[in-house]
Write a protein that binds this ligand. Structure first.
Ligand code: HAM
Length: 420
């Protein structure tokens, strides 16, 4: 151990577990790539105002959890706590919405930062793969995204996850509901902070986890009863499309989410094996966000899936991904001359697209063969002075243990043939 450790609330991804993280990212990205989503990458930090306006001044993310900094030049920046505001900002900046091809469908993968109280499944640095479909109001798009997330989780073998679905209404009906809810909440016996929340973000009060608060909320007005006809019809269409696709979901009226930009469709993927931090992913429609950050009207929808929690979900279900060994061939030289010759062979194999590794550091046969075993390689190449004098190397099948001499000049072709 060095003098230093990973900062509180963070952890390092190291082999072999890191391979699972890569595989999870890939499994989430694959259905997106196959469905017309293009890759986007944005900076790890942004102008702090982008998140204040986009995610919302009253959210925990903005008020408590952002890592903010002032640059030497005096700019106020924040490490990105989420991806949606950045992706929309970047799409607007690049005028992607003007290319005449709406929706603009984008996917991304990266690190996000929130100064939260660390606990199992909740970190200060975490990783998401996300998707945003910008510029189109169409329930098919909402359904597409939910179906693709479902497909990604299923391709990983996950089964114990549930999809929670809700509609938060739009700029017509939500303000009416908001006021009715505020009137109801103001009469309850609540602490100071919650009273403040009633005025700023009353829907979040519904999400309060405390039993004494929940008990008082039984008769709270329901958003469902306030949805306007357009929102109701939209939501019914999303539900019907999911049902037609065989995607099972649960209607969850209490689902409000922790970001302010949502309108209409909201959803969360929860996994039952994860305890308190059970949300493995979430998202929804954000029809007003573009205007909130100074852009034109661009109704949009998206989600982000947490890679860390998806890996925890795999572990909770006891799923081991079938990860192919990264090394196919492992070369073990015995002596100086063999080192040069075999390293040449390894370089040739790599250039031919065959994954190969090498016993570095002039180790003995026993230790080097152990490394060959550990590498998961299908074949080992062993050569000593006598082999080289005969112009051959020993090719060992690590599964069957069979070994045969192959002329040096033919090793590459022989391995290419055997590895198919
Ligand atoms: P979010 O629900 O804040 O949504 O985050 C999405 C997922 O990121 C969560 O479900 C969780 O798996 C993971 N996550 C969030 N915070 C942490 C943390 N502290 N530690 C570990 N994992 C975490 C968003 O970020 C929205 N931008 C999603 C979206 C995209 N909505 C529309 N488009």
């Amino acid at each position: 151990m060095s003098t230093f450790q990973a900062p509180k609330g963070t952890y390092d991804l190291t082999p072999p577990r890191s391979a699972t993280f890569l595989a999870v990212r890939e499994a989430i990205a694959a259905p997106l790539r196959d469905s017309g989503y293009g890759y986007i990458e944005t900076p790890g930090f942004e102008n702090v105002e982008l998140f204040a306006r986009g995610v919302g001044e009253s959210t925990d993310i903005v008020t408590k959890e952002m890592y903010t900094l002032t640059t030497k030049g005096g700019s106020q920046l924040a490490l990105r706590p989420e991806g949606t505001a950045s992706v929309l900002r970047a799409a607007l900046e690049a005028n992607l919405h003007k290319a005449g091809n709406l929706p603009v469908k984008l996917w991304y993968s990266g690190s996000y930062y929130r100064y939260e109280r660390p606990q199992a499944g909740r970190y200060r640095h975490f990783s998401q793969v996300g998707a945003e479909a910008i510029g189109t109001e169409d329930p098919v798009l909402d359904a597409e995204l939910i179906i693709l997330a479902d497909q990604a989780y299923r391709s990983l073998g996950l089964r114990q996850f549930r999809i929670l679905l809700n509609s938060l209404g739009d700029k017509e009906c939500r303000p009416v509901y908001r006021e009715a809810l505020q009137t109801f909440l103001r009469d309850l016996d609540l602490d100071e902070e919650t009273r403040r929340r009633i005025e700023i973000n009353p829907l979040r009060v519904l999400d309060d986890k405390r039993a004494d608060v929940q008990k008082q909320l039984t008769d709270a007005p329901k958003l469902r009863d306030y949805l306007c006809d357009a929102c109701k019809a939209y939501h019914e269409e999303v539900r019907a499309l999911l049902t037609a696709a065989g995607v099972v979901f649960e209607d969850d009226e209490k689902l409000v989410r922790g970001l302010d930009y949502y309108t209409r469709t909201t959803f969360e993927f929860v996994h039952d094996g994860l305890g308190a931090q059970s949300a493995v992913g979430g998202g929804g429609r954000y029809d007003g966000l573009s205007e909130m950050i100074g852009g034109p009207e661009l109704p949009s929808v998206g989600w982000a899936l947490g890679v860390d929690r998806t890996v925890l979900a795999l572990e909770a279900e006891g799923i081991e991904l079938d990860l192919p060994a990264t090394t196919s061939v492992y070369a073990v030289p015995l002596g100086e001359e063999a080192r040069r010759a075999l390293f040449g062979v390894v370089t040739g194999l790599r250039r031919a697209g065959i994954a190969a590794d090498f016993a570095f550091g002039g180790r003995g046969l026993k230790g080097a063969m152990k490394s060959a075993n550990r590498s998961g390689a299908r074949y080992a190449l062993v050569a000593g002075e006598r082999d080289l004098a005969e112009g051959v190397v020993q090719l060992k099948d690590m599964e069957s243990g069979e070994q045969s001499a192959v002329p040096l000049s033919e090793v590459e072709a022989e391995l290419a043939k055997r590895l198919g």
